[in-house]
Design a protein around this ligand. Structure first.
Ligand SMILES: [Zn+2]
Length: 404
C-alpha cells in the first residue's frame, strides 16, 4: 500500500474499505482508520456484496494479489455491469493465469490497466534480475557504505534478500520499522545506526547535497531501485539507478492483455500511445459493448447513508463475505443522477458534478437519454464554464468540476 494509494484516508474516514488483510492492518495502524470500517477479504475467492438494502441486487468481488507492494490487490467485479478487472498498480506474473479466478479465462468487459511502464523502448528486467544487479554493485564496492532510497512502503523483499546475501542488518527509521513489524518479515531490520552496512532512507533523501555530505564522512554509494530515468548527477555522485520496478514492463503488459483480450481498456495513466499499442488485443471479434444501466434499487442504496455505517452496526444478513460463484444475470436500467429536466444553466453552475466511473458512464449511456453527459459538458464550455477533470487512477473516479 503506497501513500499515493491512500490519499485522503485518515482517522475521520467514514466509509467501508474492502481490502486485503495486510492492507487492513496498515490502514488501522498507520493511518488510524476506524477498525469497524475495514473489511478485509480473503484473496482468490468470490465475495458477494449487496448492492441494495435487501440484497436483491448483488455483485461478486474477488481480490487477486497484484504483486506490487505489501497488501496490494487487483479487484475483479462481476455483476449487472458485466465483468470488470481493476488492476490498480500491479506487476504481471504468468502465475496469475494459473490460479483462480483467472485460470478459467474470464470474459472481461472492462480492464482498468496500470500502464505506468507503457513504453516498448524501455526494457525492464525482472525483479530477480534487478536484485542481482544491485548485489553486483554492492559487491564491487566492498569498502563503501550503502544507502538505498525507497518510498514509505514497498521493496521489502529486496531488503531482506540483501541482508541475507551480505549478512548485514538493514538500518531503518523508527517509522519504517513500525511498518515492517506489521508485515511480519524476517528479523533483519534495526534502528541502531552503524549496526549494518546498508541503510534505508527516503527516496527523496538521495539527492546531490546529501550524497556530497555522506561522501565527505565515508565513501558511500546510493542505490535507487526504480524504473524512473537516471540523471546526469547520479552517475557523478555514486548513485546507481537500477530498474527494479513494482509495475509491469511493456512486454509483460502486452502478454497480460493478449491473454485477457478484454472488450475495452481504461488506462490508469493517461497515455494515448498505449491505446495504439494494445488496440489489436481489444475486442477482437468487434462485439457491441454492454449497455450499463444502474438498477434503481442500487441507485437508492448508494444515495442513502446505510452503506457508510460502521459494519458492526449493520445486520448480520448483510455480511459482505458470503461466498458466491452463482451466475450473475446481466441487464440494466441506467439512470443519470442529473435529471434531464434540469436547467442547463444550473447544471453548469453546480460546483461539483457527479463522479464518473469514466468510460462506463461516458460510453455506455442509454440511448433514451436526450442529452448525454459529454454533450452537456460541451455546452457548459460554450457558455464559458471550465471543466476540470481530476482523475485519480487509484480510486477509479473522475470528477468533473464545473467552475462558474
Ligand atoms: Zn503503488
Amino acid at each position: 500500500m503506497h501513500s499515493d494509494h491512500t490519499a485522503g484516508l485518515t482517522s475521520v474516514w467514514k466509509h467501508p474499505i474492502y481490502c486485503s488483510e495486510v492492507t487492513g492492518r496498515i490502514l488501522h495502524h498507520k493511518l488510524e482508520v476506524n477498525k469497524n470500517l475495514i473489511r478485509p477479504l480473503e484473496l482468490n475467492v468470490g465475495h458477494k456484496i449487496n448492492l441494495d438494502e435487501r440484497g436483491v441486487v448483488t455483485m461478486t468481488v474477488t481480490l487477486i494479489d497484484a504483486n506490487h507492494c505489501p497488501g496490494s490487490v487487483m479487484f475483479l467485479f462481476e455483476g449487472y455491469f458485466g465483468t470488470i478487472l481493476y488492476t490498480g498498480d500491479f506487476r504481471y506474473s504468468p502465475q496469475i493465469f494459473q490460479e483462480p479466478p483467472l485460470n478459467h479465462r474470464k470474459t472481461i468487459d472492462v480492464l482498468y490497466l496500470d500502464n505506468t511502464n507503457c513504453n516498448p523502448n524501455q526494457i525492464l528486467p525482472s525483479r530477480q534480475q534487478a536484485t542481482e544487479q544491485i548485489k553486483n554493485i554492492i559487491s564491487s564496492h566492498p569498502m563503501h557504505d550503502v544507502v538505498i532510497g525507497l518510498y514509505t512502503i514497498g521493496k521489502e523483499a529486496l531488503m531482506v534478500e540483501l541482508a541475507l546475501e551480505f549478512k548485514t542488518w538493514i538500518v531503518v527509521s523508527p517509522d519504517r520499522l513500525e511498518l515492517l513489524k506489521l508485515l511480519e518479515l524476517e528479523d533483519v531490520f534495526t534502528l541502531e545506526k552503524g549496526a549494518g552496512r546498508i541503510r534505508v532512507v527516503q527516496h527523496s533523501d538521495v539527492n546531490y547535497a546529501n550524497m556530497k555530505h555522506l561522501n565527505r564522512i565515508r565513501p558511500t554509494i546510493a542505490v535507487l531501485p526504480t524504473s524512473r530515468p537516471e540523471m546526469k548527477w547520479h552517475k557523478e555522485n555514486n548513485v546507481y539507478v537500477i530498474p527494479y520496478s513494482d509495475h509491469s514492463s511493456y512486454q509483460e503488459l502486452s502478454e497480460f492483455v493478449d491473454i485477457l483480450r478484454p472488450f475495452s481498456i481504461e488506462y490508469l495513466v493517461k497515455n494515448e500511445l498505449c491505446e495504439g499499442y494494445f488496440g489489436d488485443y481489444v475486442n477482437p471479434l468487434n462485439k457491441p459493448l454492454l449497455k450499463v444501466n444502474i438498477p434503481i434499487m442500487v441507485h437508492r442504496f448508494m444515495n442513502s447513508s446505510v452503506w457508510c455505517e460502521p459494519y458492526s452496526s449493520r445486520k448480520a444478513a448483510q455480511h459482505p463475505t458470503v461466498r458466491s460463484f452463482h451466475h450473475i444475470p446481466k441487464g440494466f436500467v441506467f439512470e443519470n443522477p442529473e435529471e434531464n429536466t434540469q436547467n442547463m444553466e444550473d447544471f453548469c453552475k453546480k460546483e461539483q458534478h457527479f463522479c464518473v466511473n469514466s468510460h462506463l458512464r461516458l460510453t455506455r449511456m442509454s440511448p433514451k437519454r436526450p442529452k448525454p453527459f459529454h454533450k452537456k459538458k460541451k455546452e457548459c464550455v460554450k457558455k464559458g464554464y471550465s471543466i476540470i477533470p481530476k482523475c485519480n487512477h487509484h480510486t477509479m473516479k473522475w470528477y468533473m468540476k464545473a467552475i462558474y
